[in-house]
Design a protein around this ligand. Structure first.
Ligand SMILES: [Zn+2]
Length: 242
C-alpha cells in the first residue's frame, strides 16, 4: 500500500516535470528568482498550431536576452487573454504576465516557414516585458553587430556571427539606433511598445532569428526556432551574467 502511494507520488511529479520545467536562480545580489517554461515547440493552447516539437537545438548560443531586464514573458499574443483568438479580457490581464513561458514559433500564420509543420507559421516569438506599460522597457542588442534596416515597426540587426535578428513593435519615436550604426551586445535599441506602423498591436517585442542552415541538403537563410536560445539567454540574465 505504502509502495503504491510512493509510486503514485513519483508518477505525479514526473508528469509535472514533463509539463514544464521550473528552475530557481540566485543572482549576484542574493535574490532568488524562479523561472518556469514549457518545452520548445509546445504551443498553448493546442489550437494555436503545431509547434516544432523535439527540436531543442540552441541555434544562437551565447546571445544576450533581447530585453534589458527581467522578468519577461514569452507567450502568445493572439491566443492569450485579450488576443484575437484568446479568452475575453484585457491584454494587460495578469495571466499574460506570469510563468511558465510557452513557445509561439510556428504559431498559426500565413508566412512561408520551411521549419514549421505544414510549411507556414509565426517567424519568431513574442515577448512581453515585465509589466503592461509601453515605452518603459528597453530592447537591447543580443550580440555585437550592425543595424541594417529600420522600417515603420521593424528593425534588423546583423550580428558578427552572421545571424540576423529582427525586433518589432518598438516605439518609433525613441529609437536609440540608426541604419548603419555599429552596436555592441547589451546596447539599447528602443523601447517596447505596440507600434505596428499606422496601426497598433499588443505591447510586446516580436523577436526572430534568421540564419543559414541546411534544409533538405540545401543551404538556406531561414527563420530558425529562437525559443531554446532565449531560454538559455534568460537563465543567464536571471543569474546576473547577461
Ligand atoms: Zn510575433
Amino acid at each position: 500500500m505504502r509502495l503504491l502511494l510512493i509510486i503514485s507520488i513519483l508518477l505525479f511529479f514526473t508528469a509535472c516535470t514533463k509539463q514544464n520545467q521550473t528552475e530557481t536562480y540566485t543572482n549576484y545580489s542574493g535574490e532568488v528568482k524562479r523561472f518556469s517554461y514549457y518545452p520548445p515547440g509546445e504551443l498553448k493552447p493546442e489550437t494555436s498550431g503545431p509547434g516544432r516539437e523535439d527540436d531543442n537545438r540552441i541555434y544562437a548560443p551565447d546571445i544576450r536576452f533581447p530585453l534589458e531586464s527581467a522578468p519577461a514573458y514569452i507567450n502568445s499574443q493572439v491566443y492569450g487573454v485579450g488576443g484575437m483568438y484568446g479568452p475575453n479580457g484585457s491584454l494587460c490581464d495578469q495571466r499574460n504576465y506570469k510563468y511558465p513561458w510557452n513557445d509561439n514559433y510556428c504559431e498559426k500564420r500565413s508566412w512561408s516557414m520551411p521549419l514549421c509543420s505544414g510549411g507556414k507559421g509565426h517567424q519568431g516569438v513574442d515577448i512581453r516585458s515585465s509589466t503592461c506599460e509601453k515605452r518603459k522597457y528597453y530592447a537591447v542588442a543580443v550580440e555585437d553587430g550592425i543595424i541594417t534596416y529600420i522600417g515603420t515597426y521593424s528593425i534588423s540587426l546583423r550580428g558578427n556571427s552572421g545571424r540576423t535578428y529582427r525586433y518589432m513593435h518598438l516605439d518609433g519615436y525613441t529609437l536609440q539606433v540608426s541604419v548603419g550604426q555599429k552596436v555592441s551586445r547589451g546596447q539599447r535599441i528602443g523601447l517596447v511598445s505596440d507600434n505596428m506602423g499606422g496601426t497598433s498591436t499588443s505591447i510586446h517585442l516580436h523577436f526572430d532569428i534568421r540564419q543559414t542552415i541546411k534544409v533538405g541538403g540545401e543551404s538556406k537563410q531561414i527563420f530558425v526556432p529562437p525559443y531554446s536560445s532565449l531560454v538559455d539567454a534568460y537563465k543567464r540574465l536571471l543569474q546576473g551574467r547577461p
